[in-house]
Design a protein around this ligand. Structure first.
Ligand code: HEM
Length: 236
């Protein structure tokens, strides 16, 4: 199957995917999952087929395919999961967009510096996001600083680049933001969260460690109580 054929098939799949519903109008997760793995297997098949085509304008080899899939898995899971964990700070209702601290390096020519062609330039978005010239109390975790702010995370405001910018910007940013929003909404709507007895909010460590997605140094430990009727936690 060629790329066009694959895209057509994906679209047809999407149409089918929107159909299965429970009687209450909810999507049926089991059927969806089956289809997701089917689509993922298809994608790998198509990539392998493309890799063996000598006439392609831009060649992709098996290592390229592996890197691509690794990008999708790492980018599609850890980045969003880490953001949700950072956002789960007791007694606040933060949103995913509040906590963008990427550590994936990005390349740009730096204004005013003579960078020879071919130089690998890494922009440290970590320090830009903590620059006291740009941010008040940059070391403070203050999601509310973004309330009413015009700065967004879509690569246009260079003070905040959690998804990078330009043509190598994260292609999964929309999915990432939605996953974070839905995960947080469900966690906050479905459960009452508090710190373990005797622990004050200020004691919660905000230290981080170096990693692909800047994980917390210490995982959040919280006490969780259900807020909703029991059947709402098990219904498909
Ligand atoms: C909170 C969630 C996410 C964050 C913070 C994030 C962040 C980033 C960053 C900073 C880059 C590098 C951009 C650049 O070089 O300028 C990137 C690239 C990438 N991301 Fe994400 N990402 C997230 C979610 C996702 C998701 C959900 C997917 C896919 C399902 C994804 C797939 C990718 C891929 C394939 C690239 C490489 C793009 C390229 O090199 O052309 N990301 N991401």
């Amino acid at each position: 199957m060629d790329l066009q054929g694959y895209i057509k098939r994906m679209k047809a799949e999407q149409d089918v995917r929107s159909v299965p519903r429970t009687r209450r109008g909810r999507a049926r997760p089991a059927r969806c999952l089956e289809r997701e793995s089917f689509v993922a297997k298809d994608m790998v098949d198509v990539l392998l087929e493309i890799a063996s085509d000598p006439n392609l304008e831009v060649q992709i080899d098996r290592d390229g395919i592996k890197a691509f899939i690794q990008d999708l898995i790492a980018g599609g899971t850890e980045s969003s999961a880490m953001t949700v964990e950072w956002a789960m700070r007791s007694s606040r209702s933060p949103s995913g967009a509040d906590v963008g601290t990427p550590s994936v390096p990005q390349g740009r020519v730096v204004d005013g510096y003579d960078i020879p062609v071919g130089t690998r330039v890494l922009v440290c978005v970590w320090s830009i996001a903590r620059d006291p010239v740009l941010w008040d109390s940059p070391e403070e975790f203050m999601p509310e600083r973004f309330l009413g702010s015009k700065i967004d995370v879509k690569g246009q405001d260079f003070e905040l680049l959690p998804f990078g910018s330009g043509r190598r910007m994260c292609p999964g940013y929309n999915l990432g933001l939605k996953v974070i929003q839905v995960s947080l909404a469900n966690l906050l709507h479905g459960f009452a969260w508090r710190l373990p007895d005797g622990m004050a909010t200020e004691e919660l460590s905000m230290e981080e460690i170096f990693g692909l997605s800047t994980p917390r140094k210490f995982p959040v430990e919280a006490v969780v109580d259900p807020k909703l009727a029991a059947h709402l936690y098990t219904e498909a």
